[in-house]
Write a protein that binds this ligand. Structure first.
Ligand SMILES: C[S@@+](CC[C@H](N)C(=O)[O-])C[C@H]1O[C@@H](n2cnc3c(N)ncnc32)[C@H](O)[C@@H]1O
Length: 211
């Protein structure tokens, strides 16, 4: 039976790919991923299918159907597929479609792990929250005063998150860190206060820690 691999590609630079990810990509007939993810595997011989924000359902459905029809397929997922990644939508689609397909997850280094490493945070001593694609959630507020750092994947951006936290009563002087584009040449780690990040520009790829 052919397989659908859901492959974690780590934070983005090739240095953080696992041997298992390279092996899985080498073995498949069809390779699905964002432009940036596909570019990580220039040696791949598989048919490439681009996954973008506009075609997620359509392309993941195709990936499941390709695997079910006998073509080994890999879906590339940023970081680890199981944390705010493509594993959840793939499992849901498989169930909705009622398709029988063998799925193997290849774990990757999550942005949460990278951020913990950069900031020397043992992550069993932190709370981890994703708001990515879900909207700001008041649930995070309950965690902020328990003495542990809170590692957050923002919904839209750092400024929007900082505004939300301050509007919800978090002290503007609260210490925070932003890890942007980790593992890329233009990676940036900024340690500052909540109010200060509001005046700074950050891109889409950021993990925020509230201390
Ligand atoms: C769809 S989520 C995927 C999370 C992923 N599954 C993981 O384990 O890191 C995308 C978000 O992950 C974070 N992210 C992924 N790669 C990153 C990187 N290299 N640097 C900073 N944040 C990153 C950003 O918050 C980004 O908006």
């Amino acid at each position: 039976m052919s397989k659908l691999y859901v492959v974690g590609i780590g934070p983005g630079s090739r240095e953080y790919l696992t041997l298992k990810a390279l092996e899985a990509v080498k073995s498949v007939d069809v390779l699905v991923g964002s432009t940036r993810a596909l570019e990580l595997f220039p040696e791949a011989q598989a048919e490439g299918i681009e996954l973008g924000a506009h075609n997620v359902q359509e392309v993941l459905t195709r990936a499941i159907r390709e695997a079910a029809s006998g073509r080994n397929t890999a879906v590339l997922s940023t970081g680890d597929p199981g944390f705010s990644g493509t594993l959840k939508p793939i499992l849901k689609l498989r169930d909705d479609l009622g398709v029988e397909v063998e799925i193997e997850v290849v774990p990757g280094v999550s942005s949460v792990q990278m951020c913990s490493a950069k900031l020397l945070i043992p992550w069993d001593d932190a709370d981890i929250v994703t708001m990515h694609g879900k909207g700001n959630s008041g649930n995070v507020l309950k965690l902020l005063d328990n003495g542990k750092p809170t590692i957050i994947l923002p919904n839209l951006g750092v400024k929007e998150l900082a505004d939300f936290l301050m509007d919800s009563g978090v002290e503007p002087g609260r210490r925070i860190a932003v890890c942007e584009k980790m593992s890329y040449p233009d990676e940036r780690v900024v340690e500052t206060s909540l109010c200060d990040v509001c005046g700074m520009e950050f891109g889409y790829m950021c993990v925020v820690v509230v201390y």
